[in-house]
Design a protein around this ligand. Sequence first.
Ligand SMILES: C[S@@+](CC[C@H](N)C(=O)[O-])C[C@H]1O[C@@H](n2cnc3c(N)ncnc32)[C@H](O)[C@@H]1O
Length: 277
Amino acid sequence: MQIDASEDGADAPRAPTEPRPEDAPAAAGAGPGATTHFGFSEIPEAEKAGRVEGVFTSVASRYDLMNDLMSARIHRLWKEAALDWLAPRAGMRLLDVAGGTGDIAFRFLRRTKGTGSVTVCDLTEGMLEEGRRRAEAQGVHGVTWVQGDAMALPFEDRSFDAYTIAFGIRNVTRPQKALEEAYRVLKPGGRLIVLEFSAIPQPALAQAYDLYSFNVIPALGEAVTGDRDSYQYLVESIRRFPDQETFLGMIRDAGFGRAAYRNLTLGVAAVHSGWRL
Ligand SMILES: C[S@@+](CC[C@H](N)C(=O)[O-])C[C@H]1O[C@@H](n2cnc3c(N)ncnc32)[C@H](O)[C@@H]1O
């Protein structure tokens, strides 16, 4: 497992990578006729959240097992790398959006030795149920589980010290709106951390990764969960997500300062960071 130390930010400019042509973010709320992508399909914008919820409801009970199988457990290292960069401190108040079954929340609580508090907010009740079940099984206390949409968070302005979203934002109908919501609920001085699949800059490696993704993951999904389509959506949604530089620009557009990113495993994933200054 390699975690690249490469980092970009206002003070560390680097050559922009070519955005993937299909990666244009969804139109920002263009009205009732607006469409957006769902994997490689184009669907009415109003249908996307329901389709995404259907995917995660279907896979919830096998979600954690599939993550370990698909990534050979590397997703665990990526989550640790995201938390390393966040550097949780005692008493910190974290909002983990699209927090699913609690991976980020549990790690955060371990690192703050129980002094921090974490709210997991997720669109899919089935994922939250799985998270509550895991918390009980592992004796984890102190997580507040809330059903909600990243684009309309059910929280007051300026109420959290940190906001994380891991492998969630590419599923959101309008990622830019989710970033604006993140900014709204963070206190001044608060920190945004986004962990997401990203773009591998090296073409030969990108091609090898595509071969693995499109041939192995849907078949594995079918074998383990009986649901090939959800894992086909997963790999397609990764290809549709903006590359590192484009997403960095979106974070800046949402108002965040000192925006920067770090590639993980040659760009298979990336962590982006920003501050509400
Ligand atoms: C791939 S899972 C990631 C779960 C967890 N963060 C992790 O890293 O294991 C994506 C999660 O995003 C949630 N999600 C998708 N769209 C969302 C939205 N608009 N608002 C909140 N959560 C959303 C899904 O329900 C799902 O639990």
